[in-house]
Design a protein around this ligand. Structure first.
Ligand SMILES: [Zn+2]
Length: 65
């Protein structure tokens, strides 16, 4: 069982490094790992500096498998 959050659920108009809609999915064994993974992605790829933790947690879901 993993937890995951999709970038385009947080930033609906986000584009990836190639200029296409961002399909990045942050994954982790728990919410803290998902938040860290996604925060690194948002900062590094989208230059998002604000604290997105609450938004990430609201978009984080569980994947059985
Ligand atoms: Zn992204």
């Amino acid at each position: 069982m993993i937890r995951f959050a999709r970038c385009n659920a947080l930033l609906s108009l986000a584009l990836d490094a190639s200029g296409k809609g961002c399909r990045y999915v942050a994954k982790g064994a728990n919410d803290d790992e998902v938040v860290k993974d996604m925060t690194d992605h948002l900062t590094g790829v989208h230059n998002v500096e604000q604290d997105m933790k609450a938004n990430i947690l609201a978009s984080t879901k569980t994947n059985n498998g």
